[in-house]
Design a protein around this ligand. Sequence first.
Ligand SMILES: Nc1ncnc2c1ncn2[C@@H]1O[C@H](COP(=O)(O)OP(=O)(O)O)[C@@H](O)[C@H]1O
Ligand SMILES: Cc1cn([C@H]2C[C@H](O)[C@@H](COP(=O)(O)OP(=O)(O)O)O2)c(=O)[nH]c1=O
Length: 208
Amino acid sequence: MNSSILKNFIVFEGLDGCGKSSQVKILANHLENLNKKVAFSCEPTDGPIGRMVRDVLQHRIKTTPKALALLYSADREDHLFNAHHGIFYSTQEGRFEISDRYFYSSLAYQSVNVDYDYVKEINSFPSPEILIYIDVPVDICLKRIDKRGEEKELFEKKEFLVKVEKNFKFAIQNCNPATKVLVVDGTKTIAEIAKEIEHFIDEHYGFI
Ligand SMILES: Nc1ncnc2c1ncn2[C@@H]1O[C@H](COP(=O)(O)OP(=O)(O)O)[C@@H](O)[C@H]1O
Ligand SMILES: Cc1cn([C@H]2C[C@H](O)[C@@H](COP(=O)(O)OP(=O)(O)O)O2)c(=O)[nH]c1=O
């Protein structure tokens, strides 16, 4: 169990297609406009371990649910602590780091097929200062995913995402109490959601 908080670390979570990557970019722009140093990234990352995860998601390689859980966790360790681009060091230099997904995704997705406590144990990482959950019903997410017109990834199925949604709610309710959580209604327009998030961030960091 890791109870530490990584200051200036902002995480977006939610189901596939909920609108995370759209909001990450808008918030990064907002912080830049306030002359803050900011960077954004995602998990799975674009690094070698993240690419291996994508190979599994896109059905190029097969492995076990437990091995996939370990790959996500290894990718996260590298995302945080890689000596060249680790976001842990970046936040220490005063930068805001925004991530599209973090360990809450492992708790929500991997624990569908792997024991929750095991997933928790292999994700003993610092908690973010801010967690933003974009709440969108499974059916709407699936419509948005369909609209992309790309081949479906491993977890993009209704029965699976219904379980993931339930696990997300549990993981958020039981998260580190020092993490500030915002749950936004992701069925609102992109602009409405962005405004709500900006207000929350500005108030938290005293930018207004
Ligand atoms: N609030 C919203 N209302 C309607 N469509 C949205 C909204 N947010 C995002 N979208 C659309 O849904 C799709 C998935 O959004 P995206 O930001 O890529 O989600 P994610 O990163 O969570 O998969 C995109 O086509 C995007 O334009
Ligand atoms: C970070 C992470 C993602 N995932 C899953 C969620 C997605 O189905 C998939 C890829 O994530 P992502 O690229 O964020 O998908 P999307 O843009 O559709 O939301 O990986 C996990 O199962 N565990 C994890 O720890």
